[in-house]
Design a protein around this ligand. Structure first.
Ligand SMILES: C[S@@+](CC[C@H](N)C(=O)[O-])C[C@H]1O[C@@H](n2cnc3c(N)ncnc32)[C@H](O)[C@@H]1O
Length: 348
């Protein structure tokens, strides 16, 4: 019999409904198992995930729960017992508990607090990291990164680190791998820092990661970073707005989720700057689309590749020619495309 059934009779009684015959049978079976199972229970110290002020407990064996959860419970008035309880359920419950009791957080058996921070690292120059980002990197137990994080920033990491290969066609696997490793480390009570290129909430899947960890009971803290959508143009000496030239800015993506349609590009407005991320691989199609959206052939375009990094390149042309020029220079990702009259606003 599963040691979990040795859950203290007092707890079970809290939940036991006299009309529930099946539950009564369980209780009888538990009593019959007696002290032997109690010893087992104490030995394995079945992890208990619980809440303080309200009513629910989820109970399982170490097999179900690993050895990372709080045993602290007070003021409980009912017990939820599910012998088949799965991690997912436990962590969902943890999220509810956390919501109801702001002081509660998942802890390790040793009492250490797990934490997850999604840190924006800016476009790649370590000098553009925030003070917060540097401190988080220095105090992390595990840093998770992907191939968009350049070596200059990775070199700052002194603790364990995992870099997922977020290459084309493998982005989903890499994302899952990072989520899985992050979750595992959190369950071990570690301080996890996930480095995100630019700003975590600008085409960075930051929101998805917040939801992922929240579903398992861990609330991620998100720290802003300098987004390439604003800083790449600056690296090339292009102001995204400039009085008399452009008074609005539109940031868009060149690609949607794998398998989705191509995104509709924004319409042409002479006073607008359009910035496109993740778009270089679709440049030829995009230039045709841009013309369909009203962009004159001679609209200036700049491609800023590896902005703020030692290998930065800036290629400028216009809507009609940029595609062939980019091909000639073998432009590759990461690169940000800036479209509009601002491209030549500060040209000497
Ligand atoms: C997945 S998006 C992430 C954007 C990021 N969250 C941000 O705020 O910059 C990746 C795209 O950002 C742009 N990008 C990232 N780093 C860049 C850099 N150093 N130089 C130019 N563009 C960059 C490229 O368009 C790249 O395809």
């Amino acid at each position: 019999m599963d040691p979990a059934v040795s859950i203290s009779a007092a707890h079970l009684l809290c939940e036991c409904d006299a009309t529930n015959f099946a539950t009564l049978l369980w209780y009888v079976a538990l009593v019959a198992c007696g002290s032997a199972l109690t010893v087992l229970w104490q030995r394995w110290g079945a992890s208990v995930l619980a809440k303080g002020s309200s009513t629910r407990w989820a109970v399982g064996t170490p097999r179900h729960l690993d050895a990372h959860h709080t045993r602290v419970v007070k003021g409980v008035d009912s017990v939820l017992i599910d012998m088949d309880v799965k991690h997912e359920h436990i962590f969902e419950l943890a999220a509810q508990v956390q919501e109801a009791d702001a002081t509660w957080s998942p802890t390790t058996d040793s009492g250490a607090h797990a934490s997850i921070e999604l840190i924006g690292t800016g476009p790649g120059d370590p000098q553009l990291l925030t003070v917060y980002a540097v401190q988080a990197i220095n105090s992390a137990d595990l840093v998770l990164a992907d191939r968009l994080t350049p070596p200059a920033i990775l070199n700052l990491v002194k603790c364990d680190m995992h870099i997922a290969k977020k290459t084309k066609g493998n982005a989903e696997n890499a994302q899952n791998e990072l989520n899985r490793l992050g979750l595992q480390a959190l369950r071990e009570g570690r301080k996890v820092v996930r480095l995100k290129n630019g700003d975590p909430f600008m085409y960075g899947r930051g929101g998805e990661e917040v939801i992922f960890f929240r579903n398992y009971g861990f609330e991620a803290k998100v720290i802003p970073g300098i987004s390439s959508s604003l800083s790449a143009s600056m690296a090339a000496g292009i102001p995204v707005t400039h009085r008399g030239v452009a008074n609005e800015l539109c940031i868009a993506t060149g690609q949607l989720k794998l398998g989705s349609d191509s995104p509709a590009l924004p319409e042409y407005r002479s006073s607008r700057t359009t910035v496109l991320l993740m778009a270089v691989s679709r440049l030829p199609t995009m230039c045709t689309d841009l013309q369909k959206r009203g962009y004159p052939e001679n609209t200036p375009i700049a491609i800023v590749e590896n902005a703020w990094r030692p290998n930065q390149r800036v290629i400028t042309a216009d809507v009609q020619t940029i595609s062939s020029v980019a091909k000639e220079y073998s432009v590759s990702s990461p690169a940000t495309i800036v479209i509009g009259n601002v491209v030549s606003a500060l040209s000497k």
